[in-house]
Ligand binder design. Structure first.
Ligand code: ZN
Length: 307
């Protein structure tokens, strides 16, 4: 019986170095998630969990005889170092903050807390802007942030802590900190839109400002208020149509149906949809979510109310 050798064979060593290499490449690929300003909270959490695991797997492989001295190993180590640096980068902290702010904004939205929706939205946007600056600057020949951006990052983290968004925030005050005028202005506009939309969907007749419109039989995809239904019928009758061509669709505007708001770019490409569970919410989304400079919207009922 041959005794197992304490030294690995060349083939074994190659296999271990290949494993190290695979681990290192995977870590570097995953760390790429953290170089994107639009990384989601799930993506950041995944990278934050997987990179340390890859680093310890690499440490175990490096401890095997011969692996650390292998000629291919430094290359693998450079990948691991890149991943570790990305994980510890200040911009990665901001991505975590952006994800926390997005979650907190969604909770505030559910609670109709317009000031917090606006403040948290602003914090998220500022985080992603700075992450983007950290990512694109190497392309422009600079590395990392300017002093000004570094200061902005510090200020942002302090602001987030005052609002209870960071893990080390133990000073969460029930009364919100003071905010710049433009943010309280935005919050006031949002609250005003919420109040307007309490009456329901806005009449789609371009000259009409009324809320509380209903889905009608004609024109297709229109929402009309009572006055515009009457006016349209008078106009159609004069043109020879039946007197009640425009009627509310029975059950066409359910209080608890599923509404789809499609927000589109009125002067270019692009659109996105948001699902809502009431006409009030649909109109509120249509008026407050502006993904494009020239955002247009349509509202459709996509499912009957749940039983
Ligand atoms: Zn109208």
């Amino acid at each position: 019986m041959p005794q197992p050798s304490p030294r690995p064979t060349a083939a074994e060593l190659d296999r271990q170095v290949l494993r190290l290499y695979a681990v290192a490449r995977r870590a570097r690929t995953i760390s790429g998630i953290l170089a994107h300003s639009q990384a989601t909270g799930d993506g950041v959490a995944y990278a934050s969990a997987r990179i340390p695991r890859a680093l310890s797997a690499a440490q175990r492989l490096l401890a095997l005889p011969g692996v650390a001295d292998h000629e291919e190993t430094p290359y693998a180590l450079s990948f691991l170092k890149q991943a570790e640096q990305q994980l510890k980068a200040p911009s990665t902290r901001l991505l975590r903050l952006a994800a926390a702010a997005r979650q907190a904004a969604a909770r505030a939205d559910e609670a109709d807390d317009d000031l917090r929706v606006v403040v948290f939205g602003h914090i998220e946007e500022s985080c992603r802007f700075l992450v983007n600056a950290a990512v694109i600057q190497p392309v422009l020949g600079r590395r990392g942030w300017t002093d000004r951006e570094r200061q902005a990052s510090e200020a942002l983290q302090q602001q987030a802590a005052r609002w209870g968004l960071t893990e080390d925030a133990n000073d969460v005050r029930p009364t919100p900190p003071t905010v710049p005028a433009y943010l309280s202005q935005q919050a006031a506009e949002r609250a005003a839109a919420r109040a307007r939309c309490a009456a329901g969907i806005r009449c789609t007749e371009p000259t009409c400002l009324a809320y509380g419109a209903v889905k009608v039989t004609y024109p297709v995809d229109s929402w009309l208020c009572a006055e515009c239904i009457e006016a349209t019928n008078i106009r159609l009758k004069a043109a020879g149509h039946a007197p009640d061509t425009v009627r509310p669709i029975p059950g066409g505007t359910p209080e608890r149906g599923r509404y789809t708001v499609t927000l589109y770019n009125a002067i270019g490409k692009g659109a996105r949809s948001v699902q809502c569970s009431s006409p009030q919410r649909a109109q509120f989304i249509a008026e407050t979510v502006r993904p494009f400079n020239n955002t247009g919207y349509t509202i459709q009922v996509t499912a009957p109310p749940p039983n």
